[in-house]
Design a protein around this ligand. Structure first.
Ligand code: NAP
Length: 287
């Protein structure tokens, strides 16, 4: 495989995604930075990469199927895509009531699960055109504290009993489930992984935007957390490795870790796949 690859990463304007974009650009790869605010992202990415010329911003709002479809169409110009890193997510745990997209999907579910699913499906023909494509999903180590968590299929878009924490972790569980299912569908040259991200320091602007109580709660966690650069390096290894790794679900050191109970439930995974595919307009995958 050529050493210089074309790699797309969502949420490349802050936190881990920004550091991963910078590391990939510094290694000479062409980086497609999929961000919802092109102007704000351009400033952040230029600063982090020293104005690198091998980074292109593709305006993409993961909560909007229309935006995802436009971005995927725009990216056809690249012919082939060596890797996709589904990094973007929202996790504002101060959100008291459920918000919904124009399509009627709960916002955390839409942004953190349906968006990555549809983006991956729509980019699958481009990925299939690369010799050794790599697809990376992002979950959270916090899932360990909820071993019994399941996708609440009948309440996904309900405002009743809303909890941002549940909404967030349900979508993260869906990342592990989707990666597990996709890994079973793809041919052997395609590598699929899901990174179990531990606590990582948040960017100061992200932290400052939180209410005072959450800032105070985050402070000790943030002090002890891993650096975004460390996790960015994990992303880069997952997106550029020349041989598929051992397990689908890996930690920050690339070691396979046990997948959550729900992700081992084949029927739940099939139900999730069907529901997600339908939300994505019954998109056709390359595999
Ligand atoms: N930090 C942690 O402790 C931790 C722990 C476990 C897992 N994770 C996971 O790690 C990943 C990166 O998190 P981070 O710590 O780097 O957080 P971050 O700095 O808040 O980055 C999140 C990124 O997602 C983007 N994003 C949010 N909504 C979007 C949308 N609708 N469309 C497109 N982009 C959108 C944000 O863009 P805007 O600037 O436009 O909002 C931002 O670039 C996430 O998947 C997160 O769930 C993080």
């Amino acid at each position: 495989m050529a050493t210089s690859r074309t790699i797309a990463i969502t949420g490349a304007n802050s936190g881990i995604g920004l550091r991963a974009a910078a590391q990939l650009a510094a290694a000479g790869h062409t980086v497609l930075a999929l961000c919802r605010d092109a102007e704000r992202s351009s400033i952040a990415i230029s600063a982090a990469t020293g104005n690198a010329q091998n980074v292109r911003i593709v305006q993409t709002d993961l909560s909007s199927p229309t935006s995802i479809r436009r971005a995927a169409d725009e990216m056809k110009a690249y012919g082939a895509l060596d890797a996709l890193i589904n990094n973007a997510a929202i996790f504002d745990l101060s959100q008291k009531t459920a918000a919904f997209t124009a399509e009627g999907n709960e916002l955390f579910w839409a942004t953190n699960h349906l968006g990555p699913f549809e983006l991956t499906a729509r980019l699958s023909p481009l990925l299939a055109a690369a010799p050794q494509p790599r697809i990376v999903f992002i979950a959270s180590k916090g899932l360990i504290t909820m071993p019994w968590l399941q996708i609440r299929f009948d309440q996904l878009n309900s405002a009743t009993g809303y909890s941002p924490t549940k909404a967030y972790y349900q979508a993260k569980l869906a990342q592990v489930m989707t990666a597990t299912s996709l890994a079973e569908r793809v041919p052997s040259n395609v590598g699929v992984s899901c990174i179990r991200v531990p606590a990582v320091k948040l960017d100061s602007a992200r932290l400052a935007a939180q209410p005072a109580l959450l800032r105070a709660l985050y402070a000790p966690k943030n002090a002890a957390a891993a650096t975004p650069e460390t996790l960015a390096a994990t992303y880069v290894r997952a997106a550029t490795r020349s041989t598929p790794q051992d397990g689908v679900y890996i930690d920050e050191n690339d070691h396979a870790v046990p997948i959550p109970r729900s992700a081992r439930d084949g029927a739940a995974r099939e139900r999730l796949w069907a529901l997600s595919e339908h939300a994505a307009g019954d998109v056709e995958w390359a595999w």
